[in-house]
Write a protein that binds this ligand. Structure first.
Ligand code: ADP
Ligand code: F6P
Length: 319
C-alpha cells in the first residue's frame, strides 16, 4: 500500500478533525501518501481529492466540525454512484480509504469494500449508536454540552418552580439522553429503548410536588417523541404546565473534549495500521478501554444491548 485517502461523512461530530489529523500524521509516519476527500461520498463521486501534508492538519485538533466538510449523499446509495466513486479512487492511485462517520457511512464503506476498495471505518457520531464499540467520537463532547445546558435550565427551573422538558438528539438511540439525564440529575428520562406511560410521568411529577419539590426536569430523546408533543399531552391529561427546550444542533458543535481527542487519535492511527496490513471492510472501536478492530459487517449483523442497567440506575437515583 502506497497511497490512502480519508473522508468524513454523515452528521459531523466534535473530534472528527482530530481523527483526520491522526490518519494523516500516522500515514506519513508510516511512509504512505495520504489524500483528503472533500464533502464525504459526494466529493468522492465528484473527484474532490487533494494530497495532504503534515501541515495540512495543523491547528485543527481543538476544532469542532470537520475541515474536510461532510455531506449526506443519496447518489452513493446507488450502484452507479459507488462505481463512480471507485473509479475516482483508482484514477487518483488510492489503494485504501478511511471513512470517518456514523452507521450510514459505514454501510457505504461496506459496499465500497465489496467493490475491491479496502475501507476502514472510524466511528464518529454524537449518537453513540454503532454496534461493536462502547464509544464513538463526539459522544463525550455532546454529552458535556447537554449537561451544561441542563445545569443552566435547572437554575431557571428552580427560580420559577417549573417543569422543563429538554429534547436531545440521538436519532434512534437513547445514550445521549440517558447519560446526560443521569449526569444532570434529571427527574425523568425517556429513551427509545424502553416504552413509557404518560400516567407514570404524571404520577412522578405529582408525588414530587407532594413532597415539596417545586421543579422538575424531563429529558426526552428525539427518538421517543418531540418535546412539544409531550408538553401538550401533560397539559391535556393533567393540566401540568411545562416549558420546552429543544437543544438541536448546538449538540453537534464545539471544541472536542479531551476524551474525544484521544479517542479520535487512537482510532485514526489504528485505521491506518489496518490498511497498511492490507485489510479492508473493518471497523475500529473501543472495548474495555482497548482499541479493537472487527469485521464491518458485524455492525449490521449484530444487535447492540439496550442499556437496561443504566436505565434502572437512573430510575433508582431519581425517586
Ligand atoms: P451517518 O453516517 O452519520 O449515519 P447517514 O446515515 O446520513 O449519516 O449516512 C451518510 C452517507 O452514507 C449517506 O448520505 C450515503 O451517502 C451513505 N450511505 C448511507 N446508507 C447507505 C447504504 N445503505 N448504502 C450505501 N451508502 C449509504
Ligand atoms: O446522527 C447525528 C444527528 O445529529 C442525529 O442525532 C440527528 O437525528 C441527526 O443527525 C440530524 O441530522 P441533520 O443535521 O441532517 O438535521
Amino acid at each position: 500500500m502506497r497511497k490512502i485517502a480519508v473522508l468524513t461523512s454523515g452528521g459531523d461530530a466534535p473530534g472528527m478533525n482530530a481523527a483526520v489529523r491522526a490518519v494523516v500524521r500516522k500515514a506519513i509516519f508510516e511512509g504512505l501518501e495520504v489524500a483528503g476527500v472533500l464533502n464525504g461520498y459526494q466529493g468522492l463521486i465528484e473527484g474532490k481529492i487533494e494530497l495532504l501534508q503534515l501541515g495540512s492538519v495543523g491547528d485543527i485538533i481543538q476544532r469542532g466540525g470537520t475541515m474536510l466538510r461532510s455531506a449526506r449523499c443519496p447518489e452513493f446509495k446507488t450502484a452507479e454512484g459507488r462505481e463512480k466513486a471507485r473509479r475516482q479512487l483508482k484514477l487518483n492511485g488510492i489503494e485504501g480509504l478511511v471513512v470517518i462517520g456514523g452507521d450510514g457511512s459505514f454501510r457505504g464503506a461496506l459496499e465500497l469494500s465489496a467493490l475491491g476498495m479496502p475501507c476502514v471505518c472510524v466511528p464518529a457520531t454524537i449518537d453513540n449508536d454503532i454496534v461493536g464499540t462502547q464509544f464513538t467520537i463526539g459522544f463525550d463532547t455532546a454529552l458535556n454540552t447537554i449537561i451544561d445546558a441542563i445545569d443552566k435550565i435547572r437554575d431557571t427551573a428552580t427560580s420559577h418552580e417549573r417543569t422543563f422538558i429538554v429534547e436531545v438528539m440521538g436519532r434512534d438511540a437513547g445514550d445521549l439522553a440517558l447519560w446526560a439525564g443521569l449526569a444532570g440529575g434529571a427527574e425523568t428520562i425517556l429513551v427509545p429503548e424502553e416504552s413509557f406511560q404518560l400516567t407514570d410521568i404524571i404520577e412522578r411529577l405529582k408525588s414530587g410536588s407532594g413532597r415539596g419539590k417545586k421543579h422538575s426536569i424531563i429529558i426526552v430523546a428525539e427518538g421517543v417523541m418531540k418535546a412539544e408533543e409531550l408538553a401538550i399531552q401533560l397539559k391535556n391529561e393533567a393540566d401540568i404546565d411545562t416549558r420546552v427546550s429543544v437543544l438541536g444542533h448546538i449538540q453537534r458543535g464545539g471544541s472536542p473534549s479531551g476524551q474525544d481527542r484521544v479517542l479520535a487519535s487512537q482510532f485514526g492511527a489504528r485505521a491506518v495500521e489496518v490498511l497498511k496490513e492490507g485489510r479492508g471492510g473493518i471497523a475500529i472501536g473501543m472495548r474495555n478501554r482497548q482499541v479493537v478492530d472487527y469485521e464491518l459487517k458485524e455492525v449490521f449483523d449484530k444487535k447492540g444491548d439496550p442499556p437496561m442497567e443504566m436505565i434502572q440506575l437512573s430510575k433508582e437515583l431519581s425517586i
